[in-house]
Design a protein around this ligand. Structure first.
Ligand code: SAM
Length: 313
């Protein structure tokens, strides 16, 4: 999400929030930017992630920033309504829909929401960090060993996030109740999100969507968001192609890297075998030298015996 900072930073400033909640912190790369922003803007920061790193929790959880080591659904029940939500947690339909329900249960609040992973691959395909935390009937069948590949609907061995220990990826792409963007769109059509909200999406870097109440935000922020949407609309086909190209190259790079690692490992194995054979060859060579020496001694002895025989005859 941090790559969006140059675009989102000025918008955040123009929105003049007094509270901001980040869902999904991971290593805290984007959190650092957000915390700095909050310090400068006198805005309260709350971060939520069930797997927050212990050191991060110790360093950053203080009077200025609040960090919660739990799921978004647990935390959103507790925290007060926020001006901004940045949602980059569990990328699946059920979780995002629940997050929307919890955020918009505060009827008077009109927050602005930023979502990551609304493009390929998780815009239309669920990912579960912990499938058991999602009711079974709300879950798509998933794989833990294969991942999505640009332009293919079925998962493949060398696809995105394939074989990563904490990811479980829906077998199908698209269809009802599948993916982050589908959840937001359904949230709008089912009026979980109040009327007057507008959704716009940047189709790059896994996709970033902004959901905002056009009539309740500062005019300057609205102007910036409209400019961004106009630019994005104009460039949309090219941006989509670039994103597909980026992901294809990235996945080929990862696959080549994996292949290289496998080749490197078998090279190391071969070198180990070669060294063992060389050691054995050295031992045999020493042994052969000794045999040759013994043979020479025997031959000298035989020659001396023959000479004695000749003398005695
Ligand atoms: C893609 S990473 C977030 C990256 C981060 N926003 C950044 O820009 O660097 C997703 C994070 O969401 C967290 N997560 C998973 N399930 C969650 C949930 N139910 N609520 C909150 N966070 C969750 C994961 O532990 C993981 O650290």
């Amino acid at each position: 999400m941090e790559f969006f900072e140059p675009v989102l930073g000025p918008i955040l400033t123009l929105l003049e929030p007094k509270s901001l909640c980040e869902i999904g912190i991971d290593k805290g790369r984007f959190s650092d930017h957000l915390m700095e922003f909050c310090s400068q803007q006198d805005c309260r920061y709350t971060g939520i992630d069930p797997s927050i790193d212990g050191d991060l929790l110790k360093q950053k959880n203080n009077a200025e920033f609040k960090l919660m080591k739990c799921s978004s659904i647990e935390a959103l029940h507790e925290i007060e309504p926020q001006d901004i939500y940045i949602i980059d947690g569990d990328h699946n339909y059920f979780t995002v829909k629940e997050e929307l329900k919890l955020i918009f249960r505060h009827k008077e609040n009109r927050p602005v929401l930023f979502f990551h992973d609304t493009g390929w691959p998780f815009g239309r395909r669920d990912l579960y960090y912990k499938p058991d935390s999602i009711p079974q009937k709300e879950r798509q069948p998933y794989s833990t060993v294969t991942g999505p590949w640009p332009g293919k609907s079925e998962l493949v061995d060398i696809g995105f996030c394939a074989n990563e220990s904490n990811t479980h990826i829906a077998l199908d792409n698209g269809g009802p109740k599948n993916g982050v963007l589908t959840a937001i769109e359904d949230g709008l059509s089912e009026q979980i999100v109040p009327k007057g909200y507008h959704l716009q999406t940047l189709p790059i870097l896994f996709g970033c969507s902004i959901l905002y109440p056009a009539n309740s935000i500062p005019q300057k922020a609205l102007k910036k968001l409209v400019e961004l949407e106009n630019g994005t609309t104009l460039l949309h086909p090219t941006l989509e192609l670039m994103e597909t190209n980026r992901m294809t190259l990235y996945l080929h790079l990862l696959a080549s890297w994996e292949k290289f690692e496998k080749l490197h490992n078998s090279y190391e194995e071969l070198m180990k075998g070669y060294k063992e054979l060389m050691d054995q060859y050295g031992d045999l060579h020493d042994h052969s030298d000794k045999l040759l020496g013994a043979y020479k001694d025997l031959k000298n002895y035989k020659d001396s015996l023959e000479a004695q025989l000749k003398n005695n005859a």
